[in-house]
Design a binder for this molecule. Sequence first.
Ligand code: SF4
Length: 340
Amino acid sequence: MAKARAKPRRQAKAAKKKAAKKKATKMPKRPRAAKSTKAAKRAKPARAAKPPSAAQSYKPLEAPKHPQPGLEAASPFEMRVNLAKDLPETDVQSALDSGDMGFLHSFTTGSAVDGPGVRVVAWTTGCQWRCRYCHNPDTWTMRNGYPVSVANATAELRKYSQGLKVMNGGFTVSGGEPLMQHRFVVKLFDAAKKMGVHTTIETNGFLGERLSDDDLAKIDLVMLGVKAWGGELHKELTGRDNGPTLEFGRRLAKLQKKIWVRFVLVPNLTDDLGDIGRIAEFAASLGNVERVEVLPFHQMGRFKWRELGIRYHLEDTRPPPAELVEQACAVFRGAGLEAH
Ligand code: SF4
C-alpha cells in the first residue's frame, strides 16, 4: 500500500523536475534592439576626447602626500626608466637648485651591504660616469627616477627610524651618483640626523667639492668608490679622470670623516695587483679608512644593458674566482687595512 500511495507522488515529482530542466535549458531571449527614433538618427556620434598634451597632463612638482606607488623596490636591480620623462626641463632645474625635490630610482629596506647594520637605502638617479661594469645603467639618467619631495622621502624614512636605531643601522643614499643632486641629498641627511639616524653616502666622489664642510657634518660615513689607480685605466673604465675622487678622499681625511673604500674587482680589467697596490697605499695613507670592500664583479645588471640597448663590453666576463678576490683583499691587508 505504501508503494501504491507513493506512485502518483513520484509522477508529480518527475513532472516538476522535467519542467524545471526545460526552463533551465531555454535560451535567454535576445535583448530587443532599442527602437530607433528620428532624434536618435539625427544625433551625431560623440567626438572622441582629444588626448591631453604632455604639458596639460604634467603633474606639478608638489609631490603627493605619500610616495608614488612603486617607489619602494625589492632591490635596485629592478629596471626603471622614464618615470619623470614628461617633467619640463625648468622644473628639473628648479628641483636641483632648491633641493626640495629629487629623483629616486627607488627606496629599499633591510639592506645589510650598504653601510653598517641594517639600512634603508634611497637610490638616486643621475650619474655622469659610465663604468663598464655598472649594474644599474638605468640610474644614469635622472629622468628615469621618480620626482620625490624631501617631505615625502623624510616621511618614508621616519617609518623605519626607530627600527634602524635599534638595529644599529641607518640611512644610506646611493645611486646613480647622489652628488648629482647634492642639495636634495643634504636635505635628506639633515632630516635623518634630526631623527637620530646614522647616515651614509655611497659616491664616486667626483663631485665631492659640491659639499661644504657643514654638509659633510651631516654624513657619518662615506663609502667611496675607487675604481682604478692608473689614469688611463680609470678613464677607459669610467670615462672620467680619478683626480677629483682622490682629492675628495684627502679632504675627508683632513676632516677625519670615516671612509669605507669600495673597489670592484673585474677579471682582465681591474685585477692588476700592482694597480690595486697603489690604491691600497693611497687608502692607507689617508688614516681614516675604516675598511675596504672588494666587490666581485657580477652579471646581475647585464639584462639592463641589453634592454637599454647600450653596448656592454663585459658581456662574456665572468665573476672573479674566490682566489683572486682573496689575493686582492690580501693586497689591501698588506697595506695595513681591514679588507673584506
Ligand atoms: S659611478 Fe656607479 S652608477 Fe655611475 S656608472 Fe659607475 S657604477 Fe654606475
